[in-house]
Design a protein around this ligand. Structure first.
Ligand code: F6P
Length: 360
């Protein structure tokens, strides 16, 4: 029994839910900065404040199906707030896609006598959580993804840090672009959305932003760069989302830049755009692919705060027996949103942010 037990629960405002519970926690999908901050909040609040036992499952739903678990208490999360990645490990695994996956998940819940599972993940992991929840297992979600594409929450854990890393990179590329009068193409992650390319592009002062939300015509991009250079702007910064797409019907189309699942292959579109722009403008053009740097390292203060608040909201909701919901940022509030709102959907960059690019 964790320190404090039922007595503590009674004192902390969830009194009438004071049963000490066994709560499972996992992180699934691509890692990102802030995951440990969320785990830490769940463990600290869950054990010391609410008297629960917290069981960490390694390597996402894969470890869950294998019953690969470790008990977690305050000491285990000591000092983890600043650490990137996830102390539990992660994997891209979804029970509904595994043989007897949903049944095996139920068996693990029974074997571990779990009262609820907290799943920290992106659209894939949260969709899997919804499917496991449909079998009657209590599940709560916490949205994390640098892609910021989870519907139902204003922002997901990890996005702020990735945006900061990409903005910093664009800042740095300015000095070398200016020194060499070059066109610098920087490809950023984001899967099929342009949140990082657009937000870091605006924050870093990129001259051209190519995002999936606005298919582009490479001819017009080259023309804009020529105009800049002829107007004594001897350099240009082009922020390209890995999922950026040329306008259907425009004379240039990308080649083989998607994997078997239809996801963008890191570095592909950036390389093709770089070659095309150099050929069409005649200006030296260089490529930077930020890749996994955007997912690494310490989380920003904003991500630490968001992850901590979502962790607290998730464990409080689990304590109240809430299920099939995820912690969502809504303005300055954290609310519990239905899984059905986000399942199998992605959130694109809204028009008003895209409109902010024009004329910059
Ligand atoms: O979803 C996060 C993300 O980093 C995407 O931006 C990127 O397309 C993808 O994951 C890379 O996947 P993996 O980690 O499997 O290479």
């Amino acid at each position: 029994m964790a320190r404090g037990g039922p007595l503590v629960a009674r004192r902390r405002g969830v009194g009438h839910y004071a049963k000490s519970m066994r709560i499972g926690i996992l992180t699934g999908g691509g890692d990102c900065p802030g995951l440990n901050a969320a785990i830490r909040a769940v463990v600290k609040r869950g054990t010391s404040e609410l008297g629960h036992s917290i069981l960490g499952f390694r390597n996402g739903w894969r470890g869950f199906l294998d019953g690969d678990a470790i008990p977690l208490d305050r000491d285990d999360v000591q000092g983890t707030l600043v650490h990137g990645g996830t102390m539990l490990g992660t994997a891209r695994c979804h029970p509904q896609e595994e043989p007897d996956g949903l049944k095996r998940a139920q068996e693990v819940v029974e074997a571990e006598r779990l009262d609820s599972i907290i799943c920290i993940g992106g659209d894939g992991t949260l969709t899997a959580a919804a499917r496991v929840g449909e079998t009657g297992v209590p599940v709560i979600g916490i949205p994390k993804t640098i892609d910021n594409d989870v519907v139902g929450t204003d922002v997901s854990i990890g996005f702020d840090t990735a945006m900061m890393i990409a903005t910093e990179a664009i800042d740095r590329l300015h000095s070398t672009a200016e020194s060499h009068n070059r066109v610098m193409v920087v490809e950023v992650m984001g899967r099929n959305c342009g949140w990082i390319a657009v937000c870091a592009g605006i924050s870093g002062g990129a001259d051209i932003i190519l995002a999936p939300e606005e298919p582009f015509d490479i001819g017009k991009v080259a023309q804009k760069i020529r105009h800049r250079h002829h107007a004594n702007r001897g350099f240009s910064i082009v922020s390209v989302a890995e999922g950026a797409i040329p306008s259907p019907g425009s004379e240039w189309q990308r080649k083989d830049s998607l994997d078997k699942k239809g996801n963008p292959i890191s570095g592909e579109i950036g390389a093709q755009v770089t070659r095309e722009l150099e050929a069409r403008t005649g200006f030296e053009t260089r490529l930077t692919v930020l890749g996994y740097v955007q997912r690494g390292g310490t989380p920003t203060a904003t991500d630490r705060l968001l992850a901590t608040r979502m962790g607290v909201a998730a464990i409080d909701a689990a304590t109240k027996g809430v299920t099939q919901k995820f912690a969502a940022a809504r303005g300055d509030k954290i609310v519990m949103e239905d899984f059905s709102v986000s399942a199998s959907k992605i959130k694109h960059v809204p028009q008003d942010i895209l409109d902010a690019i024009r004329g910059l």
